[in-house]
Design a binder for this molecule. Structure first.
Ligand SMILES: NC(=O)c1ccc[n+]([C@@H]2O[C@H](COP(=O)([O-])OP(=O)(O)OC[C@H]3O[C@@H](n4cnc5c(N)ncnc54)[C@H](O)[C@@H]3O)[C@@H](O)[C@H]2O)c1
Length: 257
């Protein structure tokens, strides 16, 4: 297995893409700290409608260790405490996946300043804080890996002003941190998913889902497992000389752009 014995943190890992990443990291042998606001998975309107088991339960079925940490990644003190607790419980930290994110499906015209700032506080400031306080740990690891989850929306409009701005910012933050920590043999990369079947898509209507299907060249939407396998690759030794890179995993959505 590619990640045998490594210790990973995945934020937003109770539901959707984060859950898929946490499970795939464990399938390749990693022990995983599951970080989220809630331990129970979200039941979506269109996807994961009857999901029941927790991510920790799924990881334990794979024979790996896992614990849940209730943390709001936009709270600096909570993030600092999280690292103290996880390093006590697991001993070290090799892989940090910044997946937690939110979307307010509103336009410039109708989004409030509070809503805009809330998205920034989770998607950008939260990712920044989880990365900043990870550095002492991943620098000590022989396999230090930081992986951000951005979006295809980083490269164009359509996701609302707050979401697209934060996701574009993550692409550049990836490059900056990659340069900063390269001499410590830590890699920093970002995955930009396309349309993935998760509860985040609850705001869609049947019409907008059909439109997204038409825009996706491959004949299906993505799943959390698709993003999970990409994260396993970036976390593995196969990717040890890849840093500062953007991996687009979108079924071809951006190919015509
Ligand atoms: N679903 C997609 O099509 C898609 C596409 C591109 C990018 N993404 C990105 O992937 C990531 C995961 O999206 P998803 O579709 O799985 O969403 P989701 O809503 O299904 O799951 C997100 C998880 O993050 C957790 N979370 C939210 N705010 C948090 C906070 N402050 N602290 C800790 N945990 C928090 C939620 O509780 C939830 O479990 C997000 O960053 C999202 O922007 C999703």
């Amino acid at each position: 297995m590619r990640l045998d014995g490594r210790i990973a943190i995945v934020t937003g890992a109770s539901s959707g893409i984060g859950r898929g990443i946490a499970i795939e990291l464990a399938r390749d042998g990693a022990n995983v700290a599951v970080v989220d606001l809630e331990e129970r998975p979200k039941q979506g309107k269109h996807y994961d409608t009857d999901i029941q088991s927790t991510t920790v339960e799924e990881i334990e079925k794979l024979g790996c260790e896992s614990m849940f940490y209730k943390v709001d990644i936009s709270d600096e003190d909570a993030v600092k405490d999280m690292y103290k607790q996880i390093s006590r419980d697991f001993g070290c930290i090799d892989i940090v996946v910044n997946n937690a994110g939110i979307l307010v499906p509103k336009n410039m015209d109708d989004i409030s300043v509070d809503e805009f700032e809330k998205v920034v506080s989770v998607n950008l400031t939260g990712t920044f804080m989880v990365t900043k306080y990870a550095l002492p740990y991943v620098k000590k690891s022989k396999f230090g890996r930081i992986i951000h989850i951005s979006s295809q929306q980083a490269f164009g409009g359509g996701g609302g002003p707050s979401y697209t701005a934060t996701k574009a910012a993550l692409v550049n933050m990836t490059k900056d941190t990659a340069v900063e920590v390269a001499s410590n043999n830590v890699t920093v990369n970002v995955i930009c998913p396309g349309y993935i079947e998760t509860p985040l898509q609850d705001y869609h209507t049947q019409e907008t889902i059909a439109e997204a299907k038409r825009r996706t060249p491959l004949p299906r939407f993505g799943t959390p497992k698709d993003i999970g396998r990409s994260a396993v690759f970036l976390a593995s030794d196969d990717a040890e000389w890849i840093t500062g890179t953007t991996l687009i995993v979108d079924g071809g959505w951006l190919a015509p752009v």
